[in-house]
Structure formats: structure tokens, C-alpha cells
Design a protein around this ligand. Structure first.
Ligand code: ADP
Ligand code: ASP
Ligand code: MG
Length: 413
């Protein structure tokens, strides 16, 4: 008998019919004798709807504590509905909010981190033969305030519960049948991966593939939780996220392509090139809690330098204002910003043992006439910034260049 934690995303519980289908599925697992803990998201669109309400009533700036209080209700609805659907089918079940389980988090509202999970209550209910249904995305801080874990946070609830309960597997059920070489909604030729390493999945998630929340992958890697991504309503093996880089003759150099449309670029030109200039520019940006992603500094002939970096779109206006202030202060020539950019990244542990991966990427982009604005590399990834309108073309070209296209889509030369 196995203990399995199953997480169902928003689309999978998006209507009464779907919740009934999920209940039927869980009933079958119970009949096989498995113990099941289920984590559910809010019905699809609900979290957005609630955030929008909060914005309407606060001119766009809701108080984080109250926002968490409200958005956590989305998941409270689905846990109760699923528990009812199970009980109606003769499957004993009980639902709990994050607070009731006691998923203890820090107090960083809207992006709280899980500190500790009390497994006792869930364990006791499982012993009584019940399916335990837990609200994803939410927790409680030490003062009893409801917190939430950031968008996509139900994935992290699932993995964290699996770690705390020492579950045999954590299954993430969603609207695709696994992790693909890239987002299958953008590239129809994308291929499902049988397995992917935690390390690669972490890169994919942090570079923009929203199929799993970054923190859920971090958690799974840290506690070595067997993690699988599966389709909610189609049979299939899904994708296993594993620790080891399996030795295989066919190990591709690149496992996947990630992209992110939600970044903007800021440039400060003609900065006097003196020691400490990078700190003068990025210090105030970081003091404003703005995360900076890629950074490039160019030195010009007249002892001035140009400095370019990217930030997440929601931070753009704020960053631009700060940068203009800095420019006046240090006597820079001008400040420019561009929101119409996107970042495309190739990811793969195979890069460690293969030279020339970056140049192959640049060649593929050059062939399509796509200009590269910024480049950054690490051990297992290469990222470039391109004009946003070329994003899909870039992803498709790279997908083909690195031989990732699904066989039935591959064109004969
Ligand atoms: P859920 O509501 O179940 O949490 P999400 O929308 O958060 O579902 O995640 C699933 C979506 O992730 C898919 O519909 C797909 O469009 C997108 N996605 C992005 N990159 C990938 C990828 N590499 N493989 C699979 N899906 C991806
Ligand atoms: N409902 C939350 C969101 O939309 C959490 C989740 O679905 O994982 O972000
Ligand atoms: Mg999700």
C-alpha cells in the first residue's frame, strides 16, 4: 500500500463536472488500497477574479494581508466541493485549510515560504481510512495570519506535504500530459519528456516554464520527493522528475527551451566609468526590492559606460523612475526602457560535456534574422533577450535546431 499525494490544478477542478471526474479518479486509487492526500487549487480563473476585486476596491494597491485573506477562499471552496463529491460516492473524506493542517509559513504575504508542516492531523485521518483534501497555495504565519505562497503555489503545497508525510510519490495532475521540451501551446512540435532532472526542471521553471512552481521543484530536490507531472483525465506515464542524470546513449544536449515574456529591459547610457558605478546603479534598485535578472555593462571609448539590465514587468515603472533619479545624480547621458522584449533559454545538463552549444544557438537565431540583444550563460543554460515579436519564431527555430521536434512532426530534409 502506497501513500500518494495528488495535486489537481485549476482547470482540473474548474467545474462541477470536472470535480466529479477527479472524485471518480480518487475513488479508483482508494479501491487499489492506496492512501491518498489530495491538494487542490481554486477553480480556474477564480484567483484572478479575486485579485481583480481587491484591486478595484483599492485603486490597484491591496494590503497584502487582506489580499491573502481573500484569495485563500478560492481553494477553500474547492476542498469542500471535492470532499462532498467523495463522500457522496461513499468515499470517506475530510477537507482542511492550510491553517487547520497547520502549514506554518513566514509572514511574507503573497509569497510566503513554508517553514513547517504538522503531519499529525493528516496522519490520524488517513489511519481512519479517509481521503484527506488539503487547500493548496495557503498557510498560516506564527501570528495566525493567513498567508499565500505565490502564483502556482499549490504545486509547492503538494510537494511539501509529500515531503512531510514521507509519501511514496507526489503526482501533479494538470491539463497537459507531462513536461514537454517547451510549452506545447506555443510549439505544437514539442515532445513529452519521459524524465527530466530536478536541476533541469528548476532551470526551466525559473526561466519561465510555469508548468511547476519553482519552489515546488526546489522542495522536491531538497527532500528527494519522487515527483511526476500527469494529465488529470488522460491515462499515461507523464514525466518523472528525477535526481540522477540517467546514463543514456540518447541523452540530448538540450532537454528543453523555456521563455519568459514578462521581463523588461532598462538601459542607462553615458555613465562616467568609475569604481563603484555598478553598485551606484543597482544598489537603489535592490533597496526597492526589485529583482534584477540579466546585467550587461559596455565600456565605450570616452571613459563612459552603458549599463543594461532586465526586471520583471510589474517592477518596470518603479525601476525606470529610480533609474532616472540615479542618472541625474551621477551625470549619466540618458535612460531608456523597453517592455517589448522576451527572454529565450535553452536548458540541458548535456551542455556540461558538449562545446559549441551557445554558438549553435546563435547560428539558429541568425538564420532567422533574429537580433540578440543580451546574452547570459550558466553551466546548464544559455539565455538570450530578443524582441518580443520574434519570441515564437525563436523558440521554434531553436526547437528544430537542437533536434527536439516530435518524430511525427520532423520534416524530411
Ligand atoms: P495548473 O492549473 O494545473 O497548475 P498550469 O497552467 O499552472 O496548470 O500549468 C500547466 C501549463 O503549463 C500547460 O497548460 C502549458 O501551457 C504550460 N507549460 C509551459 N511550459 C511547459 C512545458 N515545458 N511542458 C508542459 N507544459 C508547459
Ligand atoms: N490558485 C493559485 C493560483 O492561481 C494557486 C495555484 O493554482 O497553484 O496561483
Ligand atoms: Mg500551476
Amino acid at each position: 500500500m502506497a501513500l500518494i499525494v495528488q495535486k489537481f490544478g485549476g482547470t482540473s477542478v474548474g467545474s462541477v463536472e470536472r470535480i466529479q471526474q477527479v472524485a471518480e479518479k480518487i475513488k479508483k486509487f482508494r479501491e487499489n488500497g492506496d492512501d491518498i492526500v489530495v491538494v487542490v487549487s481554486a477553480m480556474s480563473g477564480e484567483t484572478n477574479r479575486l485579485i481583480d476585486l481587491a484591486k478595484q476596491i483599492t485603486n490597484g494597491k491591496p494590503v497584502p494581508r487582506e489580499l491573502d485573506m481573500m484569495v485563500s477562499t478560492g481553494e477553500q471552496v474547492t476542498i469542500a466541493l471535492l470532499a462532498m463529491a467523495l463522500i457522496t460516492r461513499g468515499v470517506p473524506a475530510v477537507s482542511f485549510t492550510g491553517n487547520q493542517v497547520r502549514i506554518l509559513t513566514d509572514s511574507t504575504h503573497t509569497k510566503a515560504r513554508i517553514l513547517q508542516i504538522d503531519a499529525q492531523k493528516i496522519g490520524a485521518e488517513l489511519k481512519m481510512g479517509k481521503v484527506v483534501v488539503v487547500a493548496g497555495f495557503q498557510g498560516v504565519d506564527e501570528h495566525g495570519n493567513i498567508t499565500t505562497l505565490g502564483r502556482g503555489g499549490s504545486d509547492t503545497t503538494g510537494v511539501a506535504l509529500a515531503a512531510a508525510l514521507k509519501a511514496d510519490e507526489c503526482q501533479i495532475y494538470t491539463d497537459v500530459d507531462g513536461v514537454y521540451t517547451t510549452d506545447p501551446r506555443v510549439v505544437p512540435k514539442a515532445r513529452r519528456l519521459e524524465r527530466i532532472t530536478f536541476e533541469e526542471m528548476l532551470e526551466m521553471a525559473s526561466l519561465g516554464s510555469k508548468v511547476l512552481q519553482i519552489r515546488s521543484v526546489e522542495f522536491a530536490g531538497k527532500y528527494n520527493v519522487p515527483l511526476r507531472v500527469l494529465h488529470s483525465f488522460q491515462e499515461g506515464p507523464g514525466t518523472l522528475i528525477t535526481l540522477d542524470e540517467e546514463e543514456s546513449m540518447e541523452q540530448p544536449i538540450i532537454s528543453g527551451i523555456a521563455f519568459n515574456r514578462d521581463e523588461s529591459k532598462l538601459t542607462i547610457r553615458g555613465v562616467p566609468d568609475t569604481p563603484g558605478v555598478a553598485f551606484k546603479i543597482l544598489g537603489p534598485i535592490s533597496a526597492a526590492n526589485i529583482e534584477v535578472d540579466m546585467i550587461v555593462q559596455n565600456v565605450s571609448h570616452d571613459n563612459t559606460t552603458d549599463f543594461t539590465f532586465t526586471v520583471n514587468n510589474p517592477d518596470y515603472e518603479n525601476a525606470l523612475g529610480i533609474l532616472q533619479g540615479i542618472a541625474d545624480e551621477i551625470g549619466a547621458r540618458e535612460v531608456k526602457g523597453n517592455v517589448s522584449i522576451a527572454k529565450v533559454s535553452i536548458v540541458g545538463v548535456g551542455m556540461r560535456s558538449h562545446a559549441g552549444v551557445a554558438s549553435r544557438m546563435f547560428e539558429a537565431l541568425a538564420k532567422e534574422g533574429i537580433n540578440i540583444q543580451m546574452i547570459s550563460t550558466s553551466e546548464i543554460k544559455v539565455s538570450v533577450v530578443v524582441e518580443e515579436k520574434y519570441l515564437e519564431l525563436a523558440v521554434r527555430a531553436l526547437h528544430t535546431a537542437f533536434e527536439l521536434d516530435a518524430p511525427d512532426h520532423r520534416q524530411d530534409a
